[in-house]
Write a new protein. Structure first.
Lengths: 371, 371
């Protein structure tokens, strides 16, 4: 049994569960190295408090059970969905899991897997297992942080290679596609954490903008929210630039957001609540009179998934501990005019927060990056 | 109410449901045009048999409710998860959905949404709604087929632009990354249907190969399984090539697979069972003595999702009807030596299957594509 599965078993016992059940996703990769697409065929790994492991999967995928995963008891099925139940029932019989609570990941396990699990493990209660499965990946080790740092380096390099291609008339979509190309060239894995946001002018006032055919023109802000993927670990960064002469208020909110980002990064420390980071960033923006224009939380956890624990909102009393990694991304959005967001990826160290990102945070003229 | 929601309401009534509940994904886009990332915050659209619509979503996302979606009753919540239940309860009170069965998509709805739905709609049974929600998107209209054809054109163009860059020593990963770049250059949307498979030599014998650092060398088969995305619709194609002089048996299985692909495409027709296509392709391979080396189904539905109904396996008695779209992708895999798969995207017409893909199907020398 690998040490991660051992830790999982300890957490299962500590939370008085009978086991956990995982479908394809990052936790499965973390625990077993098993990569599967999330498709129409149910795949589930069950780990019991006794340390027994069983995986139910299509016969076609059995070849992936190598390394640690070769030790799992495997129950396979064929192409006809009528045969799928049988494999789950065989796993149930083998594990003798007849009662108790089994934790699942609420954001990942689907109605599909739950249906097969409920039918085959009739005495078992499948419950929200976030406390076990979230805790498992919450604190990153040195190797995980090194991969996140590499994902940051790749993303930053790709942005710099993209900035100098911007010019009057380029569309958000074209700029976003160029950024994707540069991410791949810089060494990102092809499964990007999310599609980059490139938002020009008034579109930058929408925090969840999707690139459009809007063309760049002088006087625009340029907001870019992007990330890379490296050996399963992600970066997620936002920077905002000016193109030509922009309105003075946009420059002022740029400086306020920069200060809010700094205040958030300086406020966090081990032993403090996650909410402290949100409140510190938010206070700067509120003090400047832009409180209502910052209408989202200050950040979210980052690691193998683009959004994971810990979430950085005012009410979150989760205690920060070394190895937690999350974003700090305050913003101010002025509808019709533009918005600024500055997002860093940070790790909790022994005495504070360390930023993995190091691109300049000021809202700079994109022209200064043109070679 | 748009015509797609009207059709959904008709299907809800025909299957005697009280309604359907959808989380972010292709069916939500199909019905409402609403694009959301599937994240840690639950977003659900409910449509009742009376044609009432309610959407529960984060306040931050409310700006997306434009067009048809502006008519939905909206129930929003903030960043603190403690507030999320309230929004679901408000939706429940407004819809007066107190009993009956509500259909969900088993491959999409998660434990997360199910938990909030079960708590707020206490008298309701949430069940597998595939019959309603699968039927909704099963038959593509002319506009949808035109988009799929464009996704095919983009993918084919990207492959041709990639083939001539192949050379001794290039790795599968480098070739796959180049193909992604060419897909974006050719006009694919950035959300590719899946990461391309490029498999050299013995790796082509693994139908679910993931690109590695394996370098190309003379005598290899080159198997490429890739697709593009165009305005929400996908292509998914496989072709196999030779590099240098390859073993005679590999050329022979190439010709058998080409014949199996042709037999499958010629066997399908409206009014026949989907399984007919599988059996026709499989018979060619069995007759040639390679039955056990073709160990997966012959295809899967394709449209807004890379795998959707109808699935093409021998036992599937679903009747083919015009507008259904799916892949035909027989293969023969010889462990340690190599594999051939030839995959086309087809649409059921009034009198047979029409292929949207038209690249040569023969296993050709990649050298013949070098400019």
């Amino acid at each position: 049994m690998n040490t991660r599965i051992e830790k999982c078993v300890e957490l299962i016992k500590a939370h008085d569960l009978a086991g956990v059940a995982l479908n394809p996703g990052q936790s499965l990769i973390y625990l077993s190295g098993l990569h599967f697409h999330l498709m129409e065929r149910p795949i589930v790994l069950i780990i019991t408090r006794e340390g027994e492991t069983a995986v139910i999967l299509p016969e076609l995928e059995k070849g992936k059970l190598t390394g640690d995963a070769a030790e799992f008891q495997a129950f396979t099925y064929g192409d006809d969905p009528a045969s799928w139940h049988t494999a789950f029932e065989q796993a149930s019989a083998a594990l003798k899991l007849e009662t108790g609570r089994v934790g699942v990941e609420p954001e990942h396990l689907r109605f599909l897997e739950l249906h097969y699990l409920n039918s085959a493990f009739r005495g078992v209660d499948f419950i929200n297992g976030s406390e076990v499965l979230g805790a498992l990946r919450l604190n990153k080790d040195a190797d995980e942080i090194a991969r996140m740092r590499q994902a940051v380096i790749i993303a930053q390099e790709a942005l710099l290679a993209t900035l100098w291609t911007l010019h009057t008339g380029i569309t958000e979509k074209a700029a976003a596609n160029e950024l994707i190309v540069q991410l791949l060239r810089a060494g990102s894995d092809p499964d990007l954490p999310f599609e980059p946001i490139v938002a020009f002018g008034e579109n930058s006032a929408n925090p969840h903008a999707v690139p459009t055919h809007r063309a760049l023109k002088p006087g625009d802000l340029i907001l870019v929210d992007w990330g890379a993927s490296f050996e399963g670990y992600l970066s997620d960064i936002t920077r905002t630039f000016t193109f030509g002469e922009v309105d003075g208020e946009l420059l002022r909110i740029g400086e306020i957001v920069r200060q809010a980002n700094q205040a958030g990064r300086e406020a966090g420390a081990p032993g403090l609540a996650a909410g402290v980071v949100d409140r510190a960033a938010r206070e700067v923006i509120e003090a400047a009179g832009y409180g209502p224009a910052f209408f989202h939380r200050t950040g979210h956890g980052l690691g193998m998934e683009p959004h994971e624990a810990p979430y950085i909102y005012a009410e979150n009393d989760l205690t920060l501990t070394p190895g937690m990694t999350f974003t700090v991304e305050p913003g101010i959005y002025l509808p019709g005019k533009g918005g600024v967001r500055i997002e860093d990826d940070v790790v909790v160290t022994g005495d504070g927060l360390q930023s993995l990102t190091d691109l300049p945070r000021e809202v700079l003229a994109v022209e200064s990056f043109i070679r």
